[in-house]
Design a protein. Sequence first.
Length: 370
Amino acid sequence: MAHESTTLDSASGQHRDLIVVGASSGGLAALEELVTHLPGDLPAAVAVVWHTGHGESGFLARFLGRAGKLPARIAEQGDPVRTGEIAIAPRDCHLLVEPAGYRLSHGPRENRCRPAVDVLFRSAAVSYRSRAMGVVLTGQLYDGAAGLSAIQTCGGLAFAQDPAEAAYPEMPESAIASTPVDRVASVPKLAELLTRYAGTPAPEAPPVPQRLVQENLLATGHTSIQREESLGELTPYGCPECGGPLWEMDSPPQRFRCHVGHAFSTPALLAEQRAATEQALWAATRVMEERERMLQGLQKRLGNGEGSSLDARAAEVSRHKELILNLISELGPGAGEMPPAPVVAREGGPALESEDRERARRPPPQGAPS
């Protein structure tokens, strides 16, 4: 049944009417399955970030619009946030939900991503607080964990795809490890839960922490060293994006930011450092290769007399080059730099093992089925 959409007003709403979804690798199939199970009369707006990497972002809107009962579109600057519609982040733009509507930003990347799931989720937490519901689906690396934590901090609901069924489990595993999520479930079950809670009364929301307000500003390009200093402690590490100093954020999960606003989870920063190490080693290999060839060329021109020592030096350079190539080989593909994300146990309950778990500290909304 079609639903007459209404525009969300973040200042006066009292119901859970905003759903934000993040996905990366393997996300196309997961998003298709999610929207297929959402009803056409869903009393909530849906905003999606999918790390496409390349390609035309309009494809996802057309694909999801055909797959499910809800109309889907690429979000545009200033579009109102409407229930019963899916808005998708454009390629290479952050998507934020604000009181006045959707906002697009070419602000600094987070975990080398733009659009970033954390940016969308954090904006939902700041603007819509306990009315927001966040869902982390399949994906590599760790985008979405900090944003899902922000949603829960501001009173919203936090959901994650069961890592056992995710094509790429790292994103939901990271979210589960850093946030006591309300449910871990299969994608069809997540759609059922979102449908159940959409439109139900939102609880009274706690105040939004100032650190989330400040980080939300960074995503729109409002940067300053003073703002970064208020968010964390200066570290000796350099930003892989711009080379500036990094601050370690005071709040979990562990993250780092530069004063321009680039942000990295610990695994993302380790991955960037590994990539920088490999790049430096390949540069050294190139220099060694060039030096070896120059010495060999000089030896040929000078002959066995004057050029005999050059031949030995070229052989030494060749050995050094092989040592560097061996180091590059030992770096491997970059996997395994962080241990698997631990499963978080609930207070008064078992660890997350089944797909139907709910945080004990928050009862279902009044009138919602249990």
